[in-house]
Design a protein around this ligand. Structure first.
Ligand SMILES: Cc1cc2nc3c(=O)[nH]c(=O)nc-3n(C[C@H](O)[C@H](O)[C@H](O)COP(=O)(O)OP(=O)(O)OC[C@H]3O[C@@H](n4cnc5c(N)ncnc54)[C@H](O)[C@@H]3O)c2cc1C
Length: 457
C-alpha cells in the first residue's frame, strides 16, 4: 500500500496528493478521513493516477462540491478521494454554436454567470449552485427548478470526457445536437454517480438568455385544480412556463409562521400554493401576456387568490418562501425524501402516507412541497424520533406507498448509499441485473465508488 501512496505522491506532487496530517484542513475531510486525497490538474494526470490505483486494486471515490444528499461522495478510511477542485476552468464558449466546454470541477454558478455575461443561459439551477460542480451535476443528473421547461442535466450535456476504471481516457466531446452515430456513450456517465467513470470535461448546451421573467404566487382550493392549473398554465403561457412549484398548506404555513423572515404574500388558509414562473423574450410584451394569462386562470375558477411579483425583490420574496429549508430545520428530528409519483396517483399517494404516519405517530408532522410540474415532491416527516428504527419505519411507509403507483424513490438526488436498499421499489430485477453487468464490464475490479447504487455481491 505504501508503495502505491508513494507512487501517487511522486506523480501528483505536494499540492496534488494529500495524506496524513495534510488531510486535516481539507473540507473533504470534515465528515470523514479517507486514506488519501488526489487533486489532479489535468485529465492526463488523473488517468496516470487511476492506472496506478487500478493496478493495485485501490478503491477511489470521485468528489465535486460534496453537496450530494444521498452519501454518494462519502469515502471510508480505505478509499482515496479524487477531488476535481483543481480542474475548474471554462475552456471555451462558442457563442454561435451555443456550447460551453468546461472542466468537471467548475462550480455550476460560474457556468451560469459566464453564460449570462455572453447573453446566453445555462438553465440548470439549484440551491447549491455556488458549491456544486458540473461533474457532480452530471454524475447525479441534477434537476432543480426549471426542469419542467428545460429538462434535467441529461438534456444539457452534448459531450463529455471521462477517465475509466483502468485509466483509459474516453473523449466524447460532441458539440452538435444531432448525433446518431451508435450508442450514446456519454449517457453512461450521466446519473451513474461516479461508479462507471470519472467525468473530467464536458460540452454543455446553452440557451438564448431569457429577457423577461414573470412570477406569480397563486392559491388553489383542491388538488384536482392544481393538476388542471398545471395543464392550463403551460398552454396559456404558450410554452414559456419555466417553473411550477407547489407548496402544500403544511409547508407554506410552517415556513411563513415559524420565523419573521417572511411577509405572507397570501394568507395561510388555502390548501395549496403554486409558484408559476415564465421566461420569455421581451419584458414589456410578456408582462401583459402573463397578467392576461393569470387573469384567465383566475376567471376559470382554478385560482382562488394570486399575487404577481412587480419587482425583482417581490419575486425573490416569493422564492425565498419556497427555498427556506432553514425553517424546516426547526422540525428536527426529521426525515426528508425526494420522490416522483405520476400526477394521476399523487393525491392518493400523499393521503396514504399522511394517514399511515399519523396512525403510527399521532403527533407526527408531514410537510410536502416540490417541483410538481415534473411529478417530483419532497416529503418531510417529523415523527419525534431520529432513531434508526424510526427511519426504517418511515422509509417503509414513504417508499412502500410508491409501489403500485409507478413511483420512484429518487427523483433528483440519485441512490448513493442512502437509498440502495430500496432500489427494487423502482427498478425490476432485470434492470438491476443489467446495471450490474454494465458495472462489471466497465469496472471489473470494482474500484470506482464501490458500494454506491448497487452491491455486486
Ligand atoms: C441546498 C441544496 C439544494 C439542492 N437542490 C438540488 C436540486 O434542486 N436538484 C438536484 O438535483 N440536486 C439538488 N441538490 C443536491 C446536489 O447539489 C446535487 O446532487 C449536485 O449535482 C451535486 O454536485 P456536487 O459537485 O456537490 O457533487 P458531490 O456531492 O461531490 O458528488 C455527488 C455524486 O457525484 C459523484 N461525482 C462528483 N463529481 C464527479 C465527477 N467529476 N465524476 C464522476 N463522479 C462524480 C460523487 O462520487 C457522488 O456520487 C441540492 C443540495 C443542496 C445542499
Amino acid at each position: 500500500m505504501s508503495g502505491l501512496l508513494n507512487q501517487l505522491a511522486v506523480l501528483l506532487g505536494k499540492q496534488g496528493f494529500l495524506q496524513g496530517d495534510a488531510l486535516k484542513d481539507h473540507p473533504a475531510c470534515v465528515m470523514q478521513t479517507p486514506l488519501a486525497l488526489m487533486r489532479p490538474v489535468s485529465t492526463e494526470e488523473l488517468s496516470e493516477a487511476v492506472k496506478l490505483c487500478h493496478a493495485a486494486g485501490q478503491p477511489v471515490v470521485p468528489q465535486g462540491g460534496r453537496t450530494g444528499l444521498v452519501g454518494g461522495q462519502q469515502a471510508t478510511g480505505t478509499e482515496i478521494v479524487i477531488s476535481l477542485e483543481r480542474m475548474s476552468q471554462i475552456e471555451e464558449l462558442d457563442q454561435s454554436g451555443r456550447t460551453m466546454t468546461v472542466q468537471a470541477g467548475c462550480p455550476l454558478q460560474t457556468v451560469q454567470d459566464t453564460a449570462t455575461e455572453r447573453e446566453l443561459m445555462f438553465p440548470l439551477d439549484l440551491g447549491a449552485r455556488g458549491t456544486a460542480t458540473i461533474g457532480g451535476n452530471i454524475s447525479t443528473n441534477a434537476g432543480g427548478n426549471r426542469v419542467v421547461r428545460f429538462g434535467m442535466m441529461r438534456e444539457m450535456v452534448l459531450g463529455l470526457e471521462a477517465v475509466l476504471a483502468d485509466g483509459t481516457i474516453l473523449t466524447s466531446m460532441n458539440k452538435v445536437i444531432k448525433n446518431n452515430t451508435g450508442y450514446d456513450l456519454k449517457q453512461l456517465f450521466v446519473g451513474s454517480e461516479g461508479t462507471l467513470g470519472i467525468v473530467t470535461r464536458a460540452v454543455l448546451r446553452l440557451r438564448p438568455m431569457a429577457r423577461s421573467r414573470n412570477t406569480a404566487l397563486v392559491a388553489v382550493s383542491d388538488f384536482e385544480k392544481v393538476i388542471e392549473l398545471l395543464r392550463n398554465a403551460d398552454s396559456t403561457l404558450g410554452g414559456s412556463m419555466s417553473s411550477f412549484e407547489v407548496m402544500w398548506n403544511s409547508f407554506y404555513s410552517h415556513v411563513t409562521n415559524s420565523s419573521d423572515r417572511h411577509r405572507k404574500p397570501l394568507p395561510d388558509n388555502y390548501p395549496y400554493y403554486v409558484i408559476i414562473e415564465a421566461m420569455g423574450a421581451s419584458q414589456e410584451v410578456d408582462d401583459v401576456r402573463f397578467e392576461a394569462a393569470m387573469g384567465e386562470l383566475f376567471e376559470s375558477g382554478l385560482v382562488e387568490n394570486a399575487v404577481l411579483a412587480k419587482s425583482g425583490s417581490e419575486r425573490e420574496a416569493i422564492w425565498a418562501i419556497r427555498d427556506d429549508i432553514e425553517s424546516l430545520m426547526g422540525l428536527h428530528p426529521m426525515f426528508v425524501f425526494d420522490v416522483s409519483v405520476p400526477l394521476a396517483h399523487m393525491q392518493s399517494y400523499v393521503s396514504d402516507i399522511e394517514a399511515q404516519l399519523n396512525k403510527q405517530w399521532p403527533e407526527s408532522r408531514c410537510i410536502i412541497f416540490g417541483h410538481l410540474g415534473d411529478g417530483n415532491i419532497h416529503v418531510v416527516a417529523a415523527v419525534s424520533s431520529g432513531s434508526d428504527e424510526a427511519r426504517a419505519a418511515v422509509e417503509h411507509i414513504v417508499y412502500g406507498a410508491l409501489r403500485g403507483r409507478d413511483g420512484v424513490i429518487s427523483a433528483e438526488h440519485g441512490i448513493g448509499l442512502e437509498k440502495k436498499s430500496h432500489l427494487d421499489v423502482s427498478r425490476n430485477p432485470e434492470e438491476i441485473a443489467l446495471m450490474k453487468t454494465l458495472k462489471k464490464a466497465l469496472d471489473p475490479k470494482g474500484i470506482l465508488n464501490p458500494g454506491k447504487i448497487i452491491d455486486l455481491g
